[in-house]
Design a protein around this ligand. Structure first.
Ligand code: ADP
Ligand code: MG
Length: 514
């Protein structure tokens, strides 16, 4: 009996498993060379010719047009990792791929999928507690946060010279929005602007708005600004659409024009009568009004988009008012300074020292679009990891140190696990080894020697990692070298990689309707 339509493609059993596993491995293989400070970048060209150059795992996988459903699950691993903790996307995808590869060997040895899944979950638990035991608490005033920011940005094409300053900017941004209740990450925005080197990146204590002044004759800078937000068009309001002037002579025409001008002047006068110095209008402003507004010394913006209105509101405390007549003193927001800066052809508005919030903006500079885009991604990652380090409990030694520790601990505990599940738990440990091995490869070290030496150091009780220095790598203590990753990033990588790989292993029937 046929219950499926003729177009349905069905793959079952071993075939389904091996096709899914190969697809997952292929995805993880595609990001391997980008791991770590000596990782390479990828250039992704879309079918309409857009180019993205990046080292960020989540971005690479997002830009690649991945169709295979199992491969898609690995893309989701990177996405979840990015959403939850903002970094470690390459780590999580590589681990998921290697877990699949190990599972493939286990399946060949006739280990049942459910045994693999159980073993993997047990091993993942051991991994999580190893991370907990290895956590170094972060002190907000400590250099550790700078190191966390710097380790997250190394290898991201930001250049070593700029890296230190960028790390400083990131840590300053996070500390500006930190309170006893934690970090208000949503109060930090990254604004990019092409035209200078990344070392010109700076922290702005306020928000940056991409809008033009209504007229070049308006002030470029207003100190102690009182700010109004108007959600209205400052234009002639037509009583009804059919209204038409019946004009039969010049006097009548003049009268009609005067009536309009009068109505427009009322807008300007109503605005001038308030205490506002700076006015953001979401609608259009009649051109004939510009001169009056200039005459009243106001700084006015029209067509301000709703996101910008929202940031101005949040930063300055101004309320949205539906018409200029309705503006009361309590509707006004305030800021220490509103200034207009010219960048090339564009103007940007800096609203600094807003009364209502501590919103800050990392003003990211770079020489070309590709550079600022990648800089924005690495700054965003760094902001997330520093937030995670402050908020979600500490950091661990990076550069492969925590992974060696995890793998060793899993192997130790595997000895006490009965039956075939032991094989699965051991396989998990072998999979974790892929991370230090890949770091070694990308640093140009011999991966086998590097892992043997790393293990020997660990067995002697030291914390050791593969620190990349100049053109090669050395085995040394990552804590001394300031290579630290947030514990939250490692926790999430273990969780998401385990979840995706076990989900794929459990599938033995793929039913695809075409
Ligand atoms: P991910 O997307 O997983 O964050 P990255 O390319 O950012 O991938 O690489 C992260 C890894 O690189 C982490 O394991 C981190 O500890 C390691 N790392 C960062 N800086 C250094 C360094 N200077 N030397 C060696 N390893 C480093
Ligand atoms: Mg990273």
């Amino acid at each position: 009996m046929f219950i499926l339509s003729e177009d349905t493609e069905r793959t079952r059993g071993d075939d389904a498993q091996s096709s899914n596993i190969s697809a997952g491995k292929a995805v993880s293989e595609s990001v391997r060379t980008t791991l770590g400070p000596r990782g390479m970048d990828k250039m992704l060209v879309s079918d309409d010719g857009d180019v993205v150059i990046t080292n960020d795992g989540a971005t690479i996988l997002d830009e690649m047009d991945i169709e295979h459903p199992a491969a898609q699950m690995l893309v989701e691993v990177a996405e979840t990792q990015e959403e939850e903790v903002g970094d470690g996307t390459t780590t999580a995808s590589i681990l998921a791929g290697e877990l699949l590869s190990q599972a493939e060997s286990l399946l060949e040895e006739d280990v049942h999928p459910t045994t693999i899944v159980e073993g993997y979950h047990e091993a993942a638990q051991i991994a999580q507690s190893t991370i907990d035991d290895a956590v170094i608490a972060t002190d907000p005033d400590d250099d550790q946060l700078l190191q966390v920011a710097a380790s997250s940005m190394t290898g991201k094409g930001t250049g070593d010279l700029a890296a230190e300053d960028l790390a400083r900017t990131v840590v300053d941004a996070v500390s500006q929005v930190s309170t006893e209740d934690g970090v208000d990450r949503s109060a930090i925005t990254v604004h990019t602007q092409v035209g200078a080197t990344s070392s010109a990146t700076e922290l702005v204590e306020g928000v940056i708005i991409d809008e033009e002044r209504l007229s070049e004759e308006m002030p470029r800078s207003v100190e102690d600004a009182q700010i109004a937000i108007v959600e209205d068009d400052l234009e002639i309001k037509e009583a009804n659409v059919d209204a038409e002037y019946q004009v039969s002579n010049v006097d009548q025409l003049n009268a009609a024009i005067e009536a309009e001008t009068g109505q427009l002047q009322e807008y300007a006068e109503a605005l001038a009568a308030t205490n506002a110095d700076v006015v953001f209008v979401d609608g259009d402003i009649d051109d004939r009004l510009t001169a009056d507004l200039v005459g009243h010394g106001l700084l006015v913006f029209e067509d301000v988009d709703s996101d910008d209105i929202e940031s101005i509101r949040a930063a300055t405390g101004a309320s949205r008012v539906g018409s200029v007549d309705a503006i009361e003193d309590e509707d006004l927001g305030s800021a220490e300074n509103v200034s207009v800066e010219k960048y090339g052809e564009e103007e940007l508005i800096f609203v600094e020292g807003g009364a209502a919030s501590k919103a800050v903006t990392v003003f990211a500079r770079g020489s070309t679009d590709h550079v600022v885009d990648e800089l924005e991604r690495s700054l965003t990652d760094a902001l997330d990891v520093v937030t995670a380090a402050v908020d979600a409990g500490g950091v661990v030694a990076g550069a492969g140190a925590i992974e060696i520790e995890i793998a060793d601990r899993i192997r130790d505990e595997a000895a006490g696990i009965e039956g075939r599940k032991q094989l699965a738990v051991e396989a998990y440990a072998d999979a974790v080894d892929v991370l230090p091995r890949t770091l070694a490869e990308n640093t140009g070290m011999d991966p086998i020697d590097a892992l043997v030496d790393l293990r020997a150091e660990h067995d002697s009780g030291a914390t050791a990692g593969l620190i990349s220095e100049g053109q090669t790598g050395i085995i040394a203590d990552p804590i001394d070298h300031g290579v630290l990753d947030p514990a939250a990033v490692k926790h999430e990588a273990i969780e998401s990689a385990t979840e995706a790989s076990t989900m794929i292993v459990r599938i033995d029937d793929v039913i695809a309707s075409n």
